[in-house]
Design a protein around this ligand. Structure first.
Ligand code: MF3
Ligand code: CO
Length: 259
């Protein structure tokens, strides 16, 4: 999935454009999250996102990307990432990971979160909470002087410390004019290892955390990734600018209205 190419340091002007793409992505995802309910059809969530993005001058980053057929990824329960929206209905007690990308004014924003469908059990709530915390721990490392290894280590500590496992076969990535740029941003690592982060890099940080083992398989459709042991999986993602004084989360909803 991820073949990161070059690392590209962005100018303040490019980061300003990425902020706008990121905010549109955040608003679209918030709208999708509010539409998640038992009985909902996954293709309807896709249509909602695509309409909102296009109505605001953007293009869904994922549509036709390497042949991907939809605007968002919808991955349910034991599905990890890259589930294709279709005729399936959401069921009470399930979890649904929604991943969404926006291309606006020449740059991309990439954001994801796992949403409970109605009431979910305690262990599932803990999986979502821990994965969101793992993302925040990774984000805190997105500053000059740290490395991708520091970032992956921080994520791994939170996820494994809670008794869960981290998916190794997919990673976060640089993002900007291209959806996938360098560096690769694994969700595991060793302190000081990997690539040095510098101010002006923009990263999509996206831990995928499994309630069971770390192994995943790709389904017959060529896209959907699910856990080998069929245990549940969660996915949270933000697009983050590396600053001298710390990270700026470009896809954190800043108070503007969602869909
Ligand atoms: N956030 C995911 C990624 O960075 C979404 C890509 S889905 C695809 O890989 F369809 F565009 F491939
Ligand atoms: Co991504």
């Amino acid at each position: 999935m991820h073949r990161p190419t070059m690392m590209v340091v962005k100018s303040p002007e490019e980061i300003a454009r990425m902020r706008r793409a990121g905010q549109l992505a955040a608003r679209a995802l918030e709208g999708v999250a509010r539409a998640v309910a038992p009985g909902g059809v996954t293709a309807e969530l896709d249509g909602l996102a695509e309409t909102f993005i296009r109505d605001h001058g953007g293009v869904p980053s994922f549509k036709h990307y390497r042949g991907y057929p939809a605007s968002i990824c919808v991955s349910i329960d034991d599905e990890v990432v890259h589930g294709i929206p279709g005729t399936r209905r959401l069921r009470e007690g399930s979890i649904v990971s929604v991943d969404l990308g926006v291309y606006l004014d020449g740059v991309h924003g990439d954001v994801a979160r796992t949403i409970p469908v109605g009431e979910v059990d305690e262990e599932t709530r803990r999986l979502l909470q821990v994965t969101a915390e793992a993302l925040e721990a990774g984000i805190r490392e997105a500053r000059e002087g740290r490395t991708t290894g520091d970032l992956g280590w921080a994520i791994q500590q939170v996820a494994e410390g809670a008794g869960f496992s981290v998916v190794r076969d997919f990673a976060g990535h640089g993002i900007g004019r291209d959806l996938h740029e360098g560096p690769e941003v694994p969700n595991f690592g060793t302190p000081g290892g990997g690539v040095a982060l510098r101010r002006g890099l923009t990263l999509a940080i996206e831990p995928m955390v499994n309630a069971g083992g770390l192994e995943v398989v790709v389904l017959e459709d060529g896209w959907t990734v699910r856990t080998r042991d069929r245990a549940r999986s969660a996915h949270f993602e933000h697009t983050v600018a590396v600053g001298a004084d710390g990270p700026e989360v470009l896809t954190r909803l800043n108070g503007t209205a969602p869909i």
